[in-house]
Design a protein around this ligand. Structure first.
Ligand SMILES: NC(=O)c1ccc[n+]([C@@H]2O[C@H](COP(=O)([O-])OP(=O)(O)OC[C@H]3O[C@@H](n4cnc5c(N)ncnc54)[C@H](O)[C@@H]3O)[C@@H](O)[C@H]2O)c1
Length: 316
């Protein structure tokens, strides 16, 4: 086996975001020097809590800002993106600009600067609503939104840069990420922080549809660790699912959160949302076969997340 690479200096685009904040902490814990490039489109300075990073405020489509940020970095984690499926439906051109042109700018500047590896945050959204589960990386993509199409585009550009020897790349298709610092108040917030917020404030949890739709929820610290693993594993390239390979229905999720918080608001059902995928489940085997093992599971991740929201009521 090859010796894993160490990261001396890393650029995290989107480092002021939910996943980015955890990744930055994981990198600092490994004694790496960290540069963050972010324009706070959806991120929050509080996610970095005065951490010892070099912060470059700028957009990933601004070549000068990207060049400045990537100087001297051996590794790039590209998280910055237009992150919401509904928003991508409304702002298709913005989505292409950020998720494709932005990525290309980062790939070009990272390879020109001599960076060794780029890890792209991709998404399970590229599988679309194909009913076959679990999703394996070799399944035919069926993207159903500009968000998913641009993430798939990004994977192809990463493959192109790797195959032409410009920079080694790996793409991680996250399933449903949850954990501390996930914003429950954004217009496009995810189920876990919304449910926790409702439960802690005694309000009913709203489920769209019958609640039998299932998801593969993965704890954000394991997503950060998967990024480090992909970056440090020399020769690891291509696309990899990041999930637990464990499915939980939205109803089960709400029940667990109510049980753990003692929430008294109960559950109410509303009409299902157009475009909601019925079942989403990862096959996590490819990344496991490469040697990655998550340090948490759904239970421990949910407990840690609830503890965080309880002690950060100001954010909930
Ligand atoms: N959260 C999930 O469940 C999930 C699932 C699949 C994939 N992803 C991907 O993971 C990545 C991180 O997602 P997140 O959940 O942390 O979202 P987030 O919105 O919290 O983080 C995105 C960060 O990128 C920054 N950003 C956006 N546009 C930018 C631009 N033009 N220039 C510079 N910075 C910009 C934002 O300000 C924010 O800090 C994204 O690429 C997202 O598509 C997330």
């Amino acid at each position: 086996m090859k010796t894993p690479a160490t990261i001396k200096k890393a650029l995290v685009t989107g480092g002021a975001g939910f996943i980015g904040g955890h990744l930055v902490r994981a990198l600092l814990a490994e004694a790496a020097e960290v540069v963050v490039l972010d324009n706070f489109r959806t991120g929050n300075p509080r996610n970095l809590d005065e951490l010892p990073v070099r912060f470059v405020r700028g957009c990933i489509t601004d070549r000068d800002a990207v060049r400045d940020a990537v100087t001297g970095c051996d590794t790039v984690f590209h998280l910055a993106a237009l992150v919401s499926v509904p928003e991508s439906m409304e702002r298709v051109h913005d989505c292409v600009s950020l998720n494709v042109t932005g990525l290309l700018t980062v790939l070009e500047e990272a390879s020109s600067a001599g960076a060794r590896k780029l890890v792209l945050s991709s998404s399970a959204a590229i599988y679309g609503d194909d009913p076959v589960v679990p999703k394996t990386e070799d399944m035919r993509p069926a993207p159903k939104s500009p968000y998913a199409i641009t993430k798939l585009d990004g994977e192809y550009y990463c493959a192109l840069f790797a195959s032409t020897g410009r920079i080694e790349t790996a793409c991680l298709r996250y399933f449903n990420v949850f954990g501390p610092r996930q914003n429950p108040r954004s217009a496009y917030a995810a189920a876990v922080p919304i449910f926790i917020r409702k439960a802690l404030s005694g309000e009913p949890i709203v489920i769209h549809g019958d609640g039998e739709q299932t998801r593969d929820f993965v704890f954000v610290k394991d997503v950060a660790a998967a990024n480090l693993f992909a970056a440090c594993t020399v020769g690891l390239t291509g696309v990899f699912n990041v999930g637990y390979g464990q499915s939980l229905s939205i109803h089960q999720l709400a029940d667990r959160i109510l049980a753990q918080t003692g929430g008294r608001g109960g559950i109410v059902h509303e009409a299902s949302r157009a475009g909601d995928v019925r079942h989403s489940l990862a096959s996590a085997e490819k990344l496991f076969a490469a040697g990655y093992r998550p340090a948490h599971d759904l239970e421990s991740g949910l407990t840690e997340t609830l503890d965080w929201y309880r002690t950060h009521a100001d954010l909930v």
